[in-house]
Write a protein that binds this ligand. Sequence first.
Ligand code: COA
Length: 178
Amino acid sequence: MKFHVETDRLILREWREEDAPGLLKLNSNPEVIKYLHMEPMKNMEEALKDVKWVTDQYPKNKIGRWIMLEKSTGEFVGWTGLKLEDMEMNGQQNFYDVGYRMLPEFWGKGYATESAIASVKYGFEEMKLAKINAAAHCENLASRRVLQKAGFKELNTFPIFDFQAYWFEITKEEYFSK
Ligand SMILES: CC(C)(COP(=O)(O)OP(=O)(O)OC[C@H]1O[C@@H](n2cnc3c(N)ncnc32)[C@H](O)[C@@H]1OP(=O)(O)O)[C@@H](O)C(=O)NCCC(=O)NCCS
């Protein structure tokens, strides 16, 4: 399944095997995974396994995360987009989650916000979803700010793994009334 979404500065498309080196660079960087409950990625085999995991979700769920490329250079920035989340979080399961993860050299340019806004638009306008959620480690202030700028409201905090996270939501009524 293919996706192609463009924002002012980004191209968002389906994951491909050719993205494995970028994904390895991303997921092996301790700064990137600081607020994520994961071990650093070790090799290309793990990156390719991730590509398969994500691309398997596309036909099943009609959605999955997208690769983020910089439009002006074609460079791999990271990933973004919607996922049908089957892990229970904040007492909810099978909700549509917005997420993003970028290489540090692309931080601070507004790309995460631009991609989150495009993901929310796709969820409500193309997929006709009723609501979209997101979660972020309470100390991940950049992610919290991205979600606020993308129109999410912060509902509560909840325990997950060994930390507290913020729980975010935006409904279709809120989106279309903006
Ligand atoms: C989270 C992440 C995507 C944000 O990327 P980014 O390039 O900084 O995002 P943006 O530029 O779109 O917006 C960041 C906003 O947070 C603000 N911000 C950044 N660091 C901050 C901090 N430490 N404290 C408070 N605000 C902060 C920025 O000022 C900006 O807000 P503004 O436009 O109002 O000034 C990036 O840091 C990342 O990839 N982190 C690793 C993966 C990750 O944590 N993903 C999210 C999991 S929930």
